[in-house]
Design a protein around this ligand. Structure first.
Ligand code: ZN
Length: 367
């Protein structure tokens, strides 16, 4: 009898543990979320979460709105005033930069804010206070800040802040759009961290709305290109398939089609266009994986692609590796070094005409 009773208790324990395990809900009383900006008609609303509770101020209904914005800015160390007065860049289509003496490139951060900060600090892009110290250097974020991890908002605010600081010093921060940015813009929320699933209810804004055209992040993100060229190096999140070139599209066309048509329309609408549907899917620049698995891809295809873009190499993320690797004799550099796991990752460094792998933490930098 004793034995049966113990078995019963044991089963009950297993059952209870099983139930615990399946609980998908984020512990909301420990949920914090940095302020986000929403624009409705002539009202600007700032919403954030502390210890699971929503806080909100509105430019129409909060007395001393500007003073409150300044206080929030100091408290959370985020450039709210800059975000409120942010103006679109004039020429966002061509995206070609020459004479850049040094740059650092990273890809597929996927909400791993701490790892991102560590890597930038260890390689001299920012100081301990998270300020730009890279002078006229360029920082390239090659897509996929969004999804998977819990530090997406922190990363986006830091990237925006560094963009502003770099600009003041003659440097530049680029952020090309990856497939995970496009998925969220398209309301495909399969990969968002459970923190953001829980945060939607508290904020009263769906995750999709947090990146809509009526939000600061949504407006800012839609300003970002898909392809950027620095000196003789091309950057794109996933890659350029031979089909893109066969279709007679140019890099400028691709940026224009994404910025003017894909970002601005609902998924169901733009996918009706054969050209836009092609660009936003498997053989398009934010999804293509051909360099890593397409046996039909030849050296000649790669050579054609480099000529088409007028570059010596292209740098891609998207397809995860253990470290930065080169393919096709250095013509393709794959830099998604699995930052998404949070305890690893590398940056690509260009200085004095040479490329280096920048390691994480305990390792030292070698060519
Ligand atoms: Zn990707």
């Amino acid at each position: 009898m004793k034995y049966i009773f113990l078995s019963f208790l044991c089963c009950l324990g297993c059952w209870t543990l099983g139930q615990e395990k399946e609980k998908p809900i984020f512990p909301t009383d420990s949920l914090y979320e940095l302020p986000q900006l929403f624009f409705h008609d002539n009202d600007t609303i700032i919403k954030w979460i502390e210890a699971g509770a929503k806080y909100e101020i509105s430019s129409l209904y909060t007395t001393g709105f500007q003073d409150t914005v300044l206080r929030l800015e100091q408290r959370f160390h985020i450039p709210l005033t800059k975000a409120l007065t942010y103006e679109k860049e004039q020429d966002i289509m061509s995206q070609e930069y020459d004479g850049v003496e040094q740059f650092v490139a990273i890809s597929d951060i996927h909400g791993q804010y701490e790892t991102f900060v560590e890597l930038l600090e260890q390689h001299g892009v920012i100081d301990r206070q998270l300020n730009w110290i890279y002078g006229k250097g360029h920082l390239m974020i090659n897509g996929d800040i969004l999804d998977r991890g819990a530090g997406v908002t922190e990363t986006l605010w830091l990237v925006f802040k560094l963009q502003q600081q770099a600009h003041e010093q003659g440097g530049k921060v680029h952020y090309t759009i990856g497939n995970h940015e496009l998925m969220v813009l398209d309301n495909d929320l399969r990969y968002i961290h459970k923190k953001y699933t829980a945060g939607q209810d508290i904020l009263g804004e769906s995750y999709h709305a947090q990146f809509s055209n009526q939000s600061f992040f949504g407006q800012w993100m839609r300003q970002n290109p898909v392809m950027v060229k620095i000196n003789r190096t091309g950057f794109v999140h996933a890659g350029i398939s031979p089909v893109v070139i066969e279709r007679g599209l140019t890099p400028k066309d691709i940026n224009r089609l994404f910025i003017d048509s894909i970002y601005t329309q609902e998924k169901d609408t733009y996918r009706k266009s054969e050209k836009l549907n092609f660009l936003a899917r498997t053989h398009g620049p934010v999804w293509y994986r051909g360099y890593f698995k397409d046996d039909d891809l030849t050296e000649t295809d790669i050579e054609k692609m480099l000529q088409w873009w007028n570059v010596d190499r292209i740098v891609v993320g998207h397809t995860s590796q253990k470290a930065i690797i080169t393919l096709f004799g250095g013509s393709v550099v794959a830099i998604d070094s699995s930052v998404k796991y949070g305890d690893r990752g590398e940056v690509l460094i260009y200085e004095k005409g040479a490329f280096f792998r920048g390691f994480f933490k305990w390792q030292t930098r070698t060519p």
